[in-house]
Design a protein around this ligand. Structure first.
Ligand SMILES: [Ca+2]
Length: 191
């Protein structure tokens, strides 16, 4: 185990007695305004790809010209295979966008597993960033205060440099346990 990983593991262990709910939730999320109507929406999140190798999410090209098939779930354990809905194994940059539907107000708890770099934004707030090249690495539990039910803009920047690739986002409903984000909770404007 690398020393850095050992330190992270130790910190995680020390932090364990504090539940996610004890941390101050990320607040100030803004719902989509106006809320898009069902006839304008399609299933899953939209994705634009840019195919080039990068080493940090801060250098990601958000203006990729290749429109991919929608991202219909958020549990991608891709190994050394194709990255998301692209036809490439390596050197993939993805700008993923659309809306996430919260069924009720309350404190949700997110977890993000990435390989390589990722940034997650919801309702205009940065929820998580782990931007460098790394093996699978899970975020801590991230409490997020959702002020009202409905659709919120979601944006995920993600890149895979080489070797294996993972992009997973989980949530826990208010008071609940970690679970999959259901397919009907992610939508995008028809394009
Ligand atoms: Ca990788």
């Amino acid at each position: 185990m690398h020393r850095r990983h050992a330190i992270i593991a130790l910190c995680t262990l020390l932090a364990a007695p504090l539940s996610a709910a004890a941390q101050t939730p990320i607040a100030g999320l803004k719902p989509a305004d106006p809320q898009p109507t069902a006839d304008k929406l399609a299933a899953g999140l939209a994705v634009n790809y840019h195919f080039d190798f990068t080493t940090n999410i801060s250098k990601l090209n958000e203006n990729g010209k290749t429109v991919g098939a929608p991202i219909t779930h958020l549990e991608w354990d891709m190994g050394s295979g194709k990255v998301l809905t692209s036809d490439k194994d390596d050197g993939v940059q993805a700008h993923i966008f659309g809306f996430i539907r919260f069924p009720a107000p309350g404190t949700y708890v997110f977890e993000v597993n990435s390989n390589d770099g990722v940034r997650l934004e919801i309702g205009g707030k940065k929820i998580w960033e782990d931007g460098d090249v790394h093996a699978d690495r899970l975020s801590p539990a991230i409490p997020v205060a959702v002020p009202s039910a409905g659709l919120y803009p979601i944006k995920i920047l993600y890149f895979e440099r080489k070797n294996t690739a993972t992009l997973e986002v989980f949530w826990a409903l208010p008071g609940g346990k970690r679970s999959s984000i259901p397919a009907d909770a992610i939508v995008h404007l028809k394009r």
